[in-house]
Ligand binder design. Structure first.
Ligand code: 3IO
Length: 346
């Protein structure tokens, strides 16, 4: 036994070394896993409580869960990394890996997808978001070729939130109201004075008295606390605002295939989730605003709504012309969007 032990000494040393090595490796493993976890930055422009940021946190949670922690998403709400105006270029240049844009802030940049800023009669954020993703997935338009599109969604139909009661279209004449893109054109055509700015700049403009109100969806009343200042809500159900969540192309191309599959698998689902969240939240926002600030909700007579619809019809022709000039088969796209609205908007 003794001789055997003596002879086995080098082997025992080797075994001890191996055990130590294994222990060290075991201790290191969590560290290694953590070091390998990929962190991506995700920039957003409006404040954290607003729906574009709520959907961002939901997406980040889903990514963490579906990649088993392999991918960590660091979120930056409230323009802390990129603001509304430099979101598009900032993501293309890589200042943020992922960013959320409101397409209305870049008129002319998205000739095909701008069809969603036209008065098409979508009645919910859910239907508009589903249609938006479906149209994008079917065409993968050139206008987004410099980025990876992770998901798309739309606001709920837009309504007038105002310091003064708007009970007829005539009252809009010369009134300074905030809107962007398609919503801004709507205001113009109805005789108001549109003041274009990103959602994130609006609280200050209102405080300074530069505008009397806004044209956007009713989630604003609660999430920007506008119910405190804007007591009169006129239900118009005008255009929606389309959004895109975009990713830097080099960062996307460098992702492992399994992570790409997780992101792609989330796109359509995230669009629908966001629409459903917002539609429910708009209701919540109205109820909260009634309860807390006693807001007044004004319904326009049908004749007024018909008059507005007639006045806005020129927008679609204008979109067609500008889209065709950029090589978009506008009639075909319009027909597809109308079919998608029929499918999703019940
Ligand atoms: C919007 C934008 C940021 C935060 C909440 C929001 N709800 C509806 C919108 C759409 C809009 O007005 C815009 O400018 O994108």
């Amino acid at each position: 036994m003794k001789a055997h032990t003596r002879q086995a000494t080098p082997a025992r040393k080797a075994a001890r070394f191996l055990a130590a090595a294994l222990l060290a490796a075991a201790c290191l493993l969590p560290g290694v896993a953590r070091a390998q976890a990929l962190t991506l930055s995700y920039a957003n422009f409006p404040p954290a409580p607003t729906f574009p940021c709520v959907q961002m946190e939901r997406w980040a949670e889903e990514v963490r869960a579906r990649t088993q922690g392999k991918v960590e998403i660091q979120t930056y709400p409230g323009s802390t990394l990129l603001g509304a105006k430099n979101m598009w270029s900032g993501v293309i240049q890589g200042q943020a890996d992922i960013g959320c844009i409101s397409m209305a802030y870049q008129p002319g940049v998205f000739p095909m997808m701008n069809v969603f800023e036209q008065p098409l009669g979508f009645s919910s954020a859910t239907a508009a978001s589903q249609a938006l993703w479906a149209l994008y997935a079917a065409h993968k338009p050139e206008e987004f070729s410099r980025v990876k599109v992770l998901t798309l969604f739309a606001s709920a139909p837009s309504n007038i939130m105002c310091k003064e009661p708007v009970t007829s279209l005539d009252q809009l004449k010369g009134m300074e109201l905030r809107g962007s893109g398609g919503a801004s054109q709507v205001l113009e055509l109805l005789g108001a004075t549109p003041v274009s700015m990103p959602a994130s700049d609006t609280p200050e403009a209102l405080q300074k008295g530069l505008i009397k109100g806004v044209l956007s969806s009713f989630d604003w009343l609660k999430d920007f606390n506008f119910a405190e200042y804007l007591k009169y809500q006129t239900v118009t159900n005008f255009v929606v605002y389309p959004f895109a969540v975009i990713m830097n192309l080099d960062k996307w191309n460098a992702l492992p295939d399994d992570v790409k599959a997780v992101f792609d698998g989330l796109s359509a689902e995230q669009a629908e989730w966001t629409g459903r969240y917002l539609d429910a939240h708009v209701q919540e926002s109205l109820d909260w605003s009634r309860e807390k600030y006693g807001i007044e909700v004004i319904e326009l007579p049908q004749a007024e709504l018909d008059k507005a619809e007639a006045a806005l019809a020129v927008m679609i022709d204008a979109w067609k012309k500008s889209a065709e000039a950029k090589g978009v088969p506008a009639d075909q796209i319009l027909a597809e969007v109308k079919a998608l609205r029929q499918k999703y908007d019940k």
